[in-house]
Design a binder for this molecule. Structure first.
Ligand SMILES: Cc1cc2nc3c(=O)[nH]c(=O)nc-3n(C[C@H](O)[C@H](O)[C@H](O)COP(=O)(O)OP(=O)(O)OC[C@H]3O[C@@H](n4cnc5c(N)ncnc54)[C@H](O)[C@@H]3O)c2cc1C
Length: 437
């Protein structure tokens, strides 16, 4: 039995802890926040039955690692897959575009038949091909422009890329990112009864029953090698003191990993620091009335909305679970130095809330009952051309030290499904190293 420290009680850290405790290892999980779940965690107003994700979250039916884990836990009956509706703001209207028949209807109406044929063939090719490697050699912007043609690209794909990564990254993001996105999306979207936080609380309880020690509100300040071979090879430093372990897994952001681990060689920290990501801001408002009939509203930047997406959560999960409140998210992905990431909540409310009248002319500011604001600088990894050569391995160059983050799930885009996969993979690699036989 080995003593193992895990930094982070998000989906990756918990998944690693689940397999390590099951194999009989003694695991301590350090989590800086007051709850488990990381970016996918939730919160609850006093009159709500269900928790609400701080950043909008759902599962896809293709999330096989997540669903496989839930199956193993025997909780499949607690996963719901409603069919909420997604619309895109095009030509001054919200257009449903989230299924093949709807997309076909829309393109037939707006583009020449030759464009529609190219659009359909490209869509089919990307859904079917398993070979993403040639696609990472070019940008999504260049590849799509070439194969679907400028008209369809500019109307449908460019706004998606600009929304996620900004104009400045159009000549950076590779085509494998778009391939992965199209490959994994389904129209039915899933959640857990009680919200994602209910899942995390139950999952954490299983790990604790097996002896896992989850320490919330405990930020790790430093991970360093110790010379005391008999008491473990790694020291984890927190405000409460220093403890030693046989191995450490960090699931923090790459930047935080580079900062807190001074023993890492420059060759590895340079790789960590080279991983770039977008930040995210999400404002949540509970309203007295229903705003729209749709769940997800995609808002192209040029349409002048102050955010990229408006998500009416209670068109996915009924308002009864939130004491009758109608819940909306207003969210955007932003460069790390964007003023929205530091602005005071009142200032952001003054920018975000008035735009709700564009979704429903009856909207009045007095519909708003409460507002919450969540932000993170590490939200969306940016995958440049030939990115597969830049991914730092889960085994760091220092024996016994591992790193697993959403920047390493490439070619897949980040998601709790891939956090399960990488968390279980890093646990497997660690156990192989402990018991090479
Ligand atoms: C806006 C937005 C929307 C998203 N939508 C979806 C979605 O619909 N579906 C989906 O599946 N995924 C979605 N994701 C992605 C998903 O949230 C992540 O891929 C996943 O949660 C990552 O899990 P993780 O464990 O790798 O990292 P995290 O969740 O970031 O967990 C890392 C944990 O480490 C802790 N930590 C970091 N440093 C330290 C330290 N020094 N000491 C102690 N603790 C530390 C952090 O507090 C955090 O809890 C979304 C993400 C964003 C930003």
């Amino acid at each position: 039995m080995s003593r193992i420290a895990i930094i982070g009680a998000g989906m990756a850290g918990l998944s690693a802890a689940y397999d390590l405790t099951r194999a009989g290892h003694q695991v301590v999980i350090y989590e800086a926040l007051p709850q488990t779940g990381g970016i996918a965690s939730g919160f609850k107003a006093p009159h709500w039955d269900w928790s609400l994700e701080k950043f909008y979250h759902h599962w896809f039916q293709s999330d096989r690692h997540m669903m496989g884990l839930i199956e193993e836990l025997g909780w499949r009956g607690d996963v719901l897959f409603p069919r909420p509706y997604t619309v895109v703001y095009i030509d001054g209207r919200f257009q449903p575009l989230d299924s093949i028949p709807e997309a076909a209807k829309f393109t037939l109406k707006h583009f020449p038949i030759w464009d529609v044929a190219r659009f359909s063939l490209v869509g089919l090719y990307l859904r079917l091909t398993p070979w993403w490697q040639p696609l990472e050699r070019t940008t999504a912007d260049a590849w799509m422009r070439k194969w679907v043609g400028a008209r369809v690209y500019n109307a449908l794909w460019r706004p998606l890329l600009v929304g996620k990564f900004g104009e400045e990254n159009l000549n950076v993001v590779n085509m494998a990112w778009l391939w992965a996105r199209l490959k994994t999306r389904t129209t039915r979207l899933g959640t857990f009864v009680g919200g994602f936080q209910a899942f995390f609380d139950r999952f954490a309880a299983v790990i604790e029953e097996r002896g896992g020690d989850i320490r919330l509100n405990t930020r790790v300040q430093q991970i360093r090698r110790t010379q005391e071979e008999t008491r473990g090879r790694w020291a984890v430093v927190t405000e409460a003191g220093t403890e030693t372990f046989d191995a450490v897994i960090s699931t923090s952001s790459p930047h935080a990993m580079a900062e807190m681990t001074p023993d890492l060689p420059e060759s590895y920290t340079a790789k960590l620091r080279a991983l770039k990501s977008m930040g995210a801001v999400v404002m949540i408002a509970s309203l007295k009335h229903k705003l729209t009939d749709y769940y997800w509203h995609n808002l192209p930047k040029e349409a002048g909305f102050p955010y990229l997406a408006m998500v009416e959560h209670t068109n996915f999960i009924p308002p009864e679970h939130y004491g009758g409140d109608h819940i909306i998210y207003m969210g955007d992905y932003l460069p790390q130095d964007h003023p929205y990431l530091d602005m005071r909540q009142e200032e952001l409310e003054a920018i975000f809330i008035p735009a709700l009248a564009r979704f429903n002319p009856d909207f009045r500011p007095d519909w708003v009952k409460a507002v919450w604001l969540f932000r993170t600088r590490y939200a969306q990894p940016i995958p440049p051309v030939n990115h597969s050569q830049n991914i730092p391995p889960l085994r760091t160059p220092l024996p016994g030290l591992y790193f697993a983050s959403m920047s390493q799930v490439y070619p897949w885009d980040r998601g709790t499904n891939f956090a399960v996969e990488i968390g279980r993979r890093v646990a497997r690699e660690l156990m192989e190293d402990l018991h090479p036989s």
